[in-house]
Design a protein around this ligand. Structure first.
Ligand SMILES: Cc1cc2nc3c(=O)[nH]c(=O)nc-3n(C[C@H](O)[C@H](O)[C@H](O)COP(=O)(O)OP(=O)(O)OC[C@H]3O[C@@H](n4cnc5c(N)ncnc54)[C@H](O)[C@@H]3O)c2cc1C
Length: 454
C-alpha cells in the first residue's frame, strides 16, 4: 500500500531516497531547512567538490541522472603526491579505465532536487527547519523563517538531515539508544588554485592531488572550469596548527616552507585563508536507526564519517539503493520489520566505512610517502595484476566494488597478512614476478580459503 512519507533534509541522500520511494508509488514530502539552491546562488555547504565513485553511481542509476552527472565530472585515475622539494609521484587508484569522479556538491544536489521535483508524488518545502519529532506518531514539528511553526503528520519519517540530525537527537533520548560522536583533532579549510590562461589546468587534471606532511596534509580536486579546490586538513591546536598560524607572515612562511609548488599557483592564498572558515570532522555512531515503523535514520544522520575515503555520500546513496531492494522484497505492509531488517543489514557497513575512513587519513597524510608503505603497495599491485579475479586491493574493494563495506574491511585485513607473507620471499619485488609464480599461487590459494571462512 502506498504510504505518506516525510523526509527531513533535502540533501543528496534525502533527494535520492525520495526518487526511489516515488517510483514505488509512495507520496513523499521533503522538508529542507535551506532555501532552494536551484534559484539561489548559495553554496551547498562544506566541500565545494567531492569524489563520486562506483557505489554512488549505482545508487544514482534509479534517478536516471548518471550520464548528466558524469558529463560534468572529472575522472581522477590516481593520486598525485607532491613532496616538499616539488617532485611529484603518481599512484593509479585501480586498473586501467578505473577512476573516481570529481563532481560539484551543489551540482549533484541541484540535479537530484530537479529529478525529485519532476515526480508528481514528491513535494518539496524549503526554508523549514525540523525542530522536533514525535516518534510514536511520526509527527514532525517545523519552524519557519518568520518564527511561526507547523506540524506535519505522516505514516513515517525518514531522517536524512545530516551529521547533526535533529531527528536523531530526539531518538537519543529513548531507552537503550547508543550514541557516540568523535571529533578528530584536525579541522579543514578550503583554499583555491585558479585556472591558468584560457581555463587551462595548472596541474594534472585527472588526479587527486595530495601534499602529505605526516601530521597534516592538503589535497586538491579539479573543477570543470580549470580550477582546483584545495582542502587543508590541519590540527586545531599545537604547532603548526590553525591556532598557531595567525599573521600574514606566519601563513605565508608556512606555505612557502611546506607547500612551495602549490603556493606558486595560489595567488589569493592569504585572502582565502583568512576568509574561509575552519570546520570540524566528526564520526557519528548510533543505534538503533529505526523507531518501530515510524522513524528511520539514513545517510549521515545514521553514520557520519570523516571524508578520507571519499565515501560519505557514496555510502548514503548505497543506503537508498539497499533500502529500495529490501522494500521491493518486503511482502507485508508493516514496516517495523522492514526498518529493523534494514538497520541490521546496514549498520555493520556504516561501522566498517567509518573505520576505513579514519584509517585512510593516516595512509594519506603519513604513509603515502613512506618507503615501506610504497613497498607494500607495490606488492599489493603485483598480486592484483597477477590474480585479477582472486585478489583485489583494499582501495578497489571500497571504491570500485559493491561488496559490503564490512567485507571490504575484513578482506583488507587479510590482504595485509598475505602481503606480509609475500614480502618474506627474498627479492620478490626486485625480480620478475613470473619467476615466483608457484609460491604466489600457493599464497593466493590459502588467501582464497581464508576469505571463504567468513
Ligand atoms: C570536507 C568534506 C569532504 C567530503 N568529501 C566527500 C567525498 O569526496 N565523497 C563522498 O562520497 N562524500 C564526501 N563527504 C561526505 C558527504 O558530504 C556526506 O556524506 C553527504 O553530504 C551526506 O549526505 P546527506 O544527505 O546524508 O546529508 P547532508 O549532505 O548533510 O544533507 C542534509 C540536509 O538536511 C538539511 N537539514 C539539516 N537539518 C535539518 C533540519 N533540522 N530540518 C530540515 N532540514 C535539515 C540540510 O540543510 C541538508 O540539506 C565529504 C564531507 C566533508 C565534510
Amino acid at each position: 500500500m502506498s504510504k505518506n512519507i516525510t523526509i527531513i533534509g533535502g540533501g543528496p541522500v534525502g533527494c535520492l531516497l525520495s526518487v526511489y520511494l516515488a517510483k514505488r508509488g509512495h507520496t513523499v514530502s521533503i522538508f529542507e531547512r535551506r532555501p532552494d539552491m536551484r534559484s539561489n546562488s548559495m553554496s551547498a555547504g562544506r566541500s565545494i567538490n567531492l569524489a563520486l565513485s562506483d557505489r554512488g553511481l549505482r545508487g544514482l542509476e534509479a534517478a536516471g541522472i548518471v550520464d548528466d552527472i558524469l558529463s560534468v565530472a572529472i575522472p581522477m585515475h590516481g593520486r598525485m603526491m607532491h613532496s616538499i622539494d616539488g617532485s611529484e609521484h603518481y599512484q593509479p587508484y585501480g586498473k586501467e579505465g578505473q577512476a573516481i569522479n570529481s563532481v560539484s556538491r551543489g551540482g549533484i544536489n541541484k540535479a537530484l532536487l530537479e529529478c525529485a521535483d519532476g515526480f508528481s508524488n514528491v513535494n518539496i518545502t524549503f526554508n523549514v527547519r525540523c525542530s522536533h519529532v514525535d516518534l510514536e506518531t511520526a509527527t514532525a514539528h517545523f519552524t519557519h523563517p518568520d518564527g511561526t511553526t507547523s506540524i506535519i503528520e505522516s505514516d513515517c519519517i525518514i531522517a536524512t538531515d545530516g551529521a547533526y540530525s535533529a531527528v536523531r537527537e530526539v531518538m537519543q533520548k529513548t531507552d537503550r539508544f547508543n550514541y557516540q560522536q568523535f571529533y578528530i583533532e584536525h579541522g579543514y579549510k578550503e583554499l583555491h588554485i585558479p585556472a591558468g590562461e584560457h581555463g587551462a589546468f595548472t596541474m594534472e587534471k585527472h588526479a587527486l592531488h595530495i601534499w602529505p606532511r605526516k601530521q597534516y596534509m592538503m589535497i586538491a580536486l579539479p573543477n570543470m572550469d580549470g580550477s582546483f579546490t584545495c582542502t587543508l586538513f590541519f590540527p586545531f591546536e599545537g604547532d603548526p596548527s590553525f591556532a598557531s598560524l595567525q599573521s600574514d607572515d606566519e601563513i605565508m612562511s608556512f606555505f612557502t616552507e611546506q607547500f612551495p609548488d602549490a603556493l606558486s599557483m595560489m595567488p589569493t592564498l592569504l585572502e582565502d585563508y583568512k576568509k574561509n572558515p575552519v570546520s570540524s570532522l566528526v564520526t557519528v555512531r548510533a543505534f538503533p536507526w529505526a523507531y518501530k515503523d515510524k522513524v528511520l535514520l539514513m545517510g549521515d544522520s545514521a553514520h557520519a564519517i570523516v571524508p578520507f575515503f571519499g565515501q560519505g555520500m557514496n555510502a548514503g546513496f548505497e543506503d537508498c539503493r539497499v533500502f529500495d531492494e529490501m522494500l521491493a522484497a518486503h511482502s507485508s505492509d508493516d514496516w517495523t520489520s522492514l526498518f529493523h531488517a534494514y538497520e541490521l543489514a546496514r549498520k555493520p557497513n556504516g561501522d566498517a566505512i567509518a573505520e576505513l575512513a579514519l584509517n585512510n587519513f593516516i595512509e594519506m597524510r603519513d604513509l603515502v610517502a613512506d618507503p615501506e608503505f610504497l613497498r607494500r603497495k607495490k606488492a599489493e599491485r603485483m598480486l592484483s595484476d597477477m590474480f585479477p579475479d582472486a585478489f583485489h586491493t583494499a582501495y578497489s574493494m571500497v571504491t570500485f566494488n559493491h561488496m559490503p563495506y564490512s567485507e571490504a574491511l575484513r578482506r583488507g585485513k587479510l590482504n595485509e597478512s598475505i602481503i606480509d607473507s609475500m614480502l618474506e620471499i627474498p627479492g620478490i619485488l626486485e625480480s620478475d614476478p613470473e619467476s615466483h609464480k608457484t609460491a604466489l599461487e600457493t599464497l593466493i590459494r590459502e588467501y582464497g580459503e581464508r576469505i571463504k571462512l567468513a
